[in-house]
Each structure stands twice: as C-alpha cells, then as structure tokens.
Design a protein around this ligand. Sequence first.
Ligand SMILES: NC(=O)c1ccc[n+]([C@@H]2O[C@H](COP(=O)([O-])OP(=O)(O)OC[C@H]3O[C@@H](n4cnc5c(N)ncnc54)[C@H](OP(=O)(O)O)[C@@H]3O)[C@@H](O)[C@H]2O)c1
Length: 340
Amino acid sequence: MRKVIYPRTGGVDSIEIVECPEPVPGPKQVRIMIHRAGINFADLMMRQGLYGSNPDPPFTPGYEASGEVVEVGSEVASLSCGDRVLAMTGFGGYSEQVVLDSNRVIKIPDSVTYDQAAAIPVTYGTAFHMLVHLGGITRGDTVLIHHAAGGVGTAVAQISKAYGASLVVGTASKPKKEFVESMGVTFVDRDSEDFVRVCKEKTGGKGVHHALDPVAGRNLMESYKALRKGGKLYLFGASNAVRGDKRSVLSAFRMWRSTPRFDPLKMMSSNKAIFGVHMGLLEDESIFKGHLATLSGMLLKGEIEPIIDSVWRFEDVAKAQLHMHDRKNRGKILLDFSPK
Ligand SMILES: NC(=O)c1ccc[n+]([C@@H]2O[C@H](COP(=O)([O-])OP(=O)(O)OC[C@H]3O[C@@H](n4cnc5c(N)ncnc54)[C@H](OP(=O)(O)O)[C@@H]3O)[C@@H](O)[C@H]2O)c1
C-alpha cells in the first residue's frame, strides 16, 4: 500500500508518496481502506515546521478520513468488515490504509457519503466547539469569522445559521465575495475593507457577540475591537505565520511579535472573554465525540451540509495543498484514496 509522507520540513515539492507494508490490526483495532482524507490548513503548517504539535518527520499527516473496515481485531465487537466509517486518525490519514483503535472509528449512516464524512470532523468540530460548547451561541447572536469561504469558515456560517444567529460577518479574499454572500454572510474584503467598522455598523455600534480568529498577529486585536461588551473572542489559528508554500521564519516571527498580549483587568471592565482553541490538543476526547454525534444529527436533518471545494487523487497531493496555499478553495479540499 501507499501513503503520503513529509520526509522533512519544506514546500509542497518536499512531499513524497512511499510504498509500505499493509498495517496489521491489534486485538482492539481495525484496518480501514481509506476513500477520502480531509486537507486542513494545519497540514500545511506542519509541513513547514510551523505547527508545534506534530510528530518529527518523517510522518504521515491527515487528521480525518472516511472509508471501509476491511479487518477487525479479535476483541472488537462494535465494528465489522464492510462497515462504512469515519476515522479520527490524529495523524496518518493521508494513506491508502490505516490501523486504528476501534474507539477512534465511528460508523456512518448509509445516506452519508464518504465526502461528507471526511469533510466534517475538523472543520465542523472546531466551529461547533467554539460557537456552541464554549460560546453558548443563542438566537439573535452576531458572529465575525475570518477565512469565511474556507473549511472552518463555511462550517461557522452554517452552524451560526442553524442556531439562529442574526448576523454573520465574514472576511475573505475579494474573488470569494459572491460565494460568501451566497451563504447569507456579510462579506468583507480582507485586504481593503475594515471589518471592525462593518461589525459596528451592522450592530448599531455595539459590536458582535462572537469573534472567531484563525489569523493572529495584529488581526487579533482588531477582532477583539469588533466585539461588543460581554463578547467572546476565540483564537484558533495563526495563518499570518504562513506566506506561500515555503516556510518563512520571518513571517512566523512577525506573527508572534505582533500578536497582542491582553490585560485581564481591561477585559474585566468590558466583560470580554478570550478562548484559546486547539482541537488536536483537547485532553478529553469524549467532548469531541459528543460534538460529532450532534453534528451527525444536524447533517441528517439538513441543518448543515459540507461544501466540498474539490477532490484530488492523492498522487496530486502537492497540487491540492498548493490550491489552499493560493487561497483558491471555497469549502473543503479532500484527497481521494479509493481503490481505482
Ligand atoms: N485550533 C484548531 O483546532 C483549528 C482547527 C481547524 C482549523 N483551524 C484554523 O482555521 C483556519 C482555517 O483552516 P481550514 O483548514 O478551514 O482552511 P481554509 O480556511 O479552508 O483554507 C485556508 C484559507 O485561509 C485563507 N488564508 C489566510 N492566510 C493564508 C495564507 N497565509 N495562506 C493560505 N491561505 C490563507 C485563505 O482564504 P482567504 O484569502 O479568502 O481568507 C485560504 O483559502 C486555519 O488558520 C487553521 O489553522 C484551527
């Protein structure tokens, strides 16, 4: 079987595909033939050595995948060969086959496609964790999201709507205006418009209830300013550290230097809260599983519907990642590992 590896820190030209033996499941594990794996912005940062919580190279990236169970360990009662599943791989999802503990594998209903299953965990799980679990979003709330056209961005738009948000303001690159507006989101050009002004104007001068920031650097203070009193800011990424597909230590340093350090006393007087969010480092996995159970119900009821930007054969993984580096994606990018 074949898998993608990051042999060292580098640009997309450093990615390799290697042959390796089929993995053998232990008693509590299953072997899965992967059909789809999700690409996340974190995968790009890991490749550049800017992520901080991935294994040392060489390793296989890939947080999430969907596929079919093809072998079951002797102590596994909950899964059978032929089951269609979602696999929370942690790492290693960019692979034709994986072996995983059965408690990291969830059966998917017949009506859910492999595309949908691989597109939901990281993006919707993260959006749900912030808005619902931490934020307690309620009807009439107002939301600001950056990279509004991307994987997490589209999930935030849909979950906000499902929970009755009255306004979602979304920043993105200019060519994505029409796409962002088609989701009922107020578009702000990330390069030329002032999202703080738009958030204030649209909320009678008060600001939004929830500001979700995956950018960091100076952008974070602006997101904080866009909040109303009592509002909540969520820092969940640092895309400002990335410039193109090659690692830029200078950009990473600038991002780190320009990210504000907040004063809790000032926060107290405005009743604002700041959450740091890293789903990959959640200690209690049952929280994430709970989110997936709720999201699965929402999917079946039609309250959410993953938007798939594109599906690439895994042999084209470098081109697929470049598509995200070039800021071209509208929704989720997937890799196709299905047997030809
Ligand atoms: N903390 C967590 O647990 C967690 C989980 C999932 C995702 N995240 C974060 O959420 C953000 C979105 O992730 P995603 O996987 O859904 O990606 P995505 O939004 O689907 O794709 C990336 C988008 O980010 C924007 N962007 C901003 N700076 C960029 C740069 N330097 N290079 C390339 N694109 C850039 C581009 O859109 P525009 O140009 O239109 O803005 C691009 O299309 C990332 O910062 C990621 O690290 C965090």
